[in-house]
Write a protein that binds this ligand. Structure first.
Ligand code: SF4
Length: 81
């Protein structure tokens, strides 16, 4: 799954996004509520909050390597590492 704002996009591996435990961890980790958990437990991306991203990397720390990408659209789509 992927959602794009003006400055920031977030992409999450579809299989990982369906994992309620990962969805819970991401929802707890992000200080600006870019991640949410649906009624079915799956991850949701909150499009209106994407551009609030503060590049803190907490979502990367909370997820297995390679499952979550924060993409800086304002910087030639560089991926936050
Ligand atoms: S880098 Fe920080 S602010 Fe940006 S999406 Fe990840 S947890 Fe949220």
């Amino acid at each position: 799954m992927r959602s794009d704002g003006i400055f920031i996009a977030v992409e999450v591996d579809d299989r990982a996004a369906a994992d309620p435990e990962l969805a819970r961890r991401l929802t707890e980790a992000c200080p600006v509520d870019i991640y949410a958990q649906g009624d079915d437990g799956a991850l949701q991306l909150v499009e209106r909050n994407l551009d609030e991203c503060v590049l803190c990397r907490l979502c990367l720390d909370a997820s297995p390597p390679g499952t979550v990408s924060v993409i800086k659209l304002y910087d030639d789509s560089a991926v936050l590492a």
